[in-house]
Design a protein around this ligand. Structure first.
Ligand code: SF4
Length: 362
C-alpha cells in the first residue's frame, strides 16, 4: 500500500481488496503519533504535534443557528466551562492578546481553523481578525487557512468575501445537511431572520463565492436528513449543479462516556449514521465500486478516518468518521494536538478554556 506522510494526516492508497479491507478494519490503530516539536512558551516547555491547527474560538456573538448536533451543546461531566457562553466583549484586550499568542507560536508550522460558534455572525470581529492576521504576516503566517461556516454572514455582509480572499483563505467549509430546505431547517434551525435557510439564498451565496474562495460543502449525515445512498447522490448532484468541487459527508462524532446525557447527546446518539454501511454500498471492495464512483485513497488523522472518491468524474467526495476516544488517546501522548485561543485569554491544548492551559495572554 502506498503511504504518504502529509502535513496534517497520512494518505494511504491500497491497491488490492485485502489492503482496503485491512485498512477499514484497522483504521483507529494506524495513526501513530506524528513527530513533535518542543518549544518554550512563557518559559514553560511544551511538545506540539507537527502540523497542528490553531483556532481562535469564534464567539463574539451567539450563533444564529441551533443545529441539533452542535458540539457546543454537549456538556462534559467534569470541567465544563464552555467558552461559547463567555462572549468576547473587549476587542482591544482580545486582539492584543491573540496577536501575542500567535507570535509566541510563530516558529511552529500551523494551520488556521476558524471555528467555534459562527465566525461570520459578527462582521466587525471577523474583519478585525483578518486585519490583525494581515498585519503580522511579515513575521507569522499560517500554512493553511480554513473557515468553517454556516454561510449566514457571508450572505448578509458580502464585504467579508473580498476580505477573506485578500488574506488568502485556502477554503471555506460550508455546512448544509440536506437538499430540501425544510428538512435542513429542521436540523440546523437557523434564526428566522437568517435568509440563508432558504435554498435560493444559499445558492446565490455559492454563486457569489465561485471564483473567489474555494468552497467545500460539509454535510452531516443524520437519520433526520441525508442518510441513504440515494440522499447522498441527490446532494452530490445538487453540489455539481452549483459547480462545487468537493463535498465532505461527515458522520456525527463517536463520543466517549465523558458527556452528560443531555438532549444534544441523546439526539446525536439516536441520529448518527455510521459510514461503514455506506462504504459497503459505495465500494464493497477495492475492485467493486458503485457506478459513477471511483475510489481514490484514504486518509487517517489523529482522530479521524476518511475515504476519498471521485463522483461522476466531477466532484471529490469524502466520507469521514471521527472518534473522541481516539482524540483522547492522542491527547494522552502528552503532545499538544490542537491549539484553541479562548475568550478568557487562555491559549489551551483543548476546547475547554480551563484545561490544558499553555498560557494566558490577558
Ligand atoms: S452553525 Fe455551528 S456553532 Fe452554530 S449551531 Fe450549528 S454547529 Fe453549532
Amino acid at each position: 500500500m502506498e503511504t504518504l506522510y502529509l502535513m496534517r494526516n497520512i494518505r494511504l492508497t491500497p491497491q488490492t481488496n485485502v489492503e482496503l479491507a485491512t485498512l477499514r478494519t484497522q483504521k483507529w490503530e494506524i495513526y501513530d503519533s506524528s513527530p513533535t516539536v518542543t518549544m518554550l512558551i512563557k518559559e514553560q516547555s511544551f511538545h506540539f504535534r507537527e502540523g497542528l491547527t490553531f483556532t481562535p474560538f469564534a464567539n463574539a456573538v451567539p450563533c444564529n443557528a441551533h443545529c441539533r448536533f452542535c458540539s457546543e451543546e454537549l456538556q462534559q461531566k467534569e470541567n465544563h466551562q464552555p467558552t461559547a457562553l463567555n462572549y468576547i466583549t473587549d476587542y482591544e484586550q482580545y486582539f492584543t492578546a491573540l496577536e501575542q499568542a500567535l507570535l509566541a507560536v510563530k516558529n511552529l508550522h500551523i494551520g488556521l481553523s476558524l471555528s467555534g460558534l459562527e465566525a461570520t455572525a459578527e462582521p466587525t470581529w471577523l474583519l478585525r481578525l483578518l486585519e490583525m492576521l494581515e498585519k503580522i504576516q511579515p513575521v507569522f503566517k499560517f500554512d493553511e487557512k480554513v473557515l468553517y461556516t454556516n454561510g449566514s454572514g457571508l450572505l448578509k455582509y458580502p464585504k467579508l468575501i473580498p476580505a477573506l480572499q485578500a488574506i488568502g483563505f485556502d477554503r471555506i467549509e460550508l455546512s448544509r445537511c440536506h437538499t430540501d430546505q425544510t428538512i435542513n431547517q429542521s436540523i440546523m434551525y437557523f434564526n428566522r431572520n437568517e435568509p440563508i435557510w432558504q435554498n435560493t439564498h444559499y445558492e446565490t451565496l455559492i454563486k457569489n463565492l465561485q471564483g473567489k474562495l474555494f468552497v467545500k460543502n460539509s454535510c452531516i449525515l443524520t437519520k433526520k436528513g441525508t442518510q441513504t445512498i440515494e440522499d447522498i447522490e441527490a446532494y452530490l448532484l445538487w453540489a455539481i449543479s452549483l459547480d462545487i468541487k468537493e463535498v465532505v459527508l461527515r458522520e456525527l462524532s463517536r463520543l466517549d462516556d465523558s458527556y452528560m446525557p443531555n438532549a444534544t447527546l441523546k439526539w446525536v446518539e439516536e441520529n448518527r449514521i455510521p459510514i461503514e454501511p455506506l462504504l459497503q454500498e459505495i465500494a464493497p471492495s477495492y475492485s467493486e465500486v458503485r457506478a459513477g464512483w471511483t475510489y481514490l485513497y484514504s486518509t487517517v488523522g489523529y482522530y479521524y478516518y476518511n475515504e476519498h472518491f471521485l463522483y461522476q468524474n466531477k466532484l471529490e467526495v469524502i466520507l469521514e468518521t471521527s472518534s473522541y476516544t481516539a482524540l483522547e488517546k492522542a491527547n494522552q501522548t502528552g503532545a499538544i494536538q490542537k491549539m484553541v485561543f479562548h475568550s478568557n485569554g487562555n491559549l489551551c491544548g483543548s476546547w475547554n478554556p480551563d484545561t490544558n492551559i499553555i498560557a494566558n495572554f490577558f
